[in-house]
Ligand binder design. Structure first.
Ligand SMILES: [Zn+2]
Ligand SMILES: [Zn+2]
Length: 353
């Protein structure tokens, strides 16, 4: 008994001392973690191949584990981002993907949740690596207007940062973005929008009516392939181009859970929320429909992103995925940081930790 008492007193003393030094301890730890994060990059450590990591797995609704739509595609030393939803640019660094090394952004369409982090993407890329060229932003017709608007809105910020940090951090030639417009291809055709060091990205038409243009992107690199859907209803054109791809990154909206939101909104007397939740299912794909595409197009793995609605309670993931297992079993419900590596010239599909 006496020994136990002494041990407990010892533990309590250590706890008191640790509590007293928590500030210097945490500061030292922060320094170590920051040093490690700044020194390592997945671009240099991933195996040669095509890798896809969700820098934002959600849609327009707030979700603690899924920020706005953002898909990072890594191949060789290329880093290409599909869409710049809110939080995406800030998620890249902690995921081991230096935002200063983003080569290009490809936009799927111009809904606000897909572009609301674009200004931050360009700004963080500029000042975190003293980039001397603006960020190339590829997209279908209209991308030039989007880019011009962001450039105008961020012009004062560019002046402030250059005045404060000078050319070694914020060279004026590198701020903002440069639009690269590609005509939205007709059904059955694909338009090459990016071709560098073996990484090829092709634009394909999807259907997100009344949103037009709306496109998906098909990536290939050294015998591996990944297709990122953007927002769309179940699309035969997308399924055609998804044939045999290793990884299909597809949006999904659970009509059952959105209907639940709709009923709650109606009961609460919130007519606007009731109208929105009644409208949105008709221009998205259900999880089961995405699984049908994966099955019928013989894809290697299905990664759900643009997950609507959020799944904050235990059991809601299972509810969101209702019916998927019966159609296609090789799937993952994405969260921020979920990713897969497709090593060159192999058939491996390896989760990235
Ligand atoms: Zn969206
Ligand atoms: Zn959309």
């Amino acid at each position: 008994m006496k020994k136990a008492g002494i041990a407990l007193t010892g533990i309590a003393l250590v706890a008191v001392v640790l509590y007293a030094v928590r500030a210097p301890l945490s500061t030292a730890l922060m320094g170590r973690v920051l040093e490690r994060n700044m020194a390592t990059s997945l671009l240099d450590t991933l195996p040669d191949g095509l890798s896809v990591i969700l820098c934002g797995a959600g849609g327009p609704l707030p979700d603690p584990v899924r920020s706005g739509p953002c898909v990072a595609v890594v191949a060789g030393h290329n880093l290409v981002i599909v869409d710049a939803g809110t939080g995406g640019a800030r998620n890249l660094g902690p995921m081991g993907l230096p935002v200063g090394r983003v080569d290009a952004v490809l936009l799927t369409h111009f809904h606000s949740d897909h572009i609301d982090g674009l200004g931050e993407m360009a700004t963080l890329r500029w000042v975190s690596a003293a980039n001397t060229e603006p960020l190339p932003v590829h997209g279908p017709e209209g991308v030039d207007e989007i880019v011009a608007g962001f450039n105008q809105a961020y012009a004062p910020d560019a002046g402030y940062r250059h005045a404060h940090h000078g050319d070694s951090v914020a060279p004026l030639s590198g701020h903002g973005m440069k639009a690269v417009v590609h005509p939205q291809p007709p059904e059955g055709e694909a338009e090459v929008v990016y071709d560098k060091d073996g990484l090829v990205a092709q634009m394909i038409r999807v259907n997100h009516s009344p949103v037009d243009p709306a496109v998906a992107y098909l990536f290939t690199y050294k015998g591996r392939s990944a297709l990122v859907s953007g927002d769309t209803v179940k699309s035969a054109n997308l399924q055609h181009f998804a044939e045999g791809v290793d990884l299909l990154v597809h949006e999904g909206l659970s009509p059952r859970l959105v209907q639940q939101m709709n009923r709650a909104a109606a009961r609460a007397g919130n007519e606007v929320a009731a109208r929105i939740t009644a409208d949105i299912p008709d221009y998205h794909t259900t999880p089961v429909e995405a699984a049908e595409i994966a099955r019928d197009a013989h894809v290697g793995h299905l990664l759900f992103y643009h997950v609507v609605p959020p799944t904050p309670l235990p059991g809601l993931k299972a509810a969101w995925l209702t019916g998927v297992d019966a159609v296609f079993e090789r799937y993952t419900l994405g969260e921020n940081g979920t990713g897969f590596s497709l090593p060159a010239d192999s058939s491996d599909i390896i989760p990235i930790d």
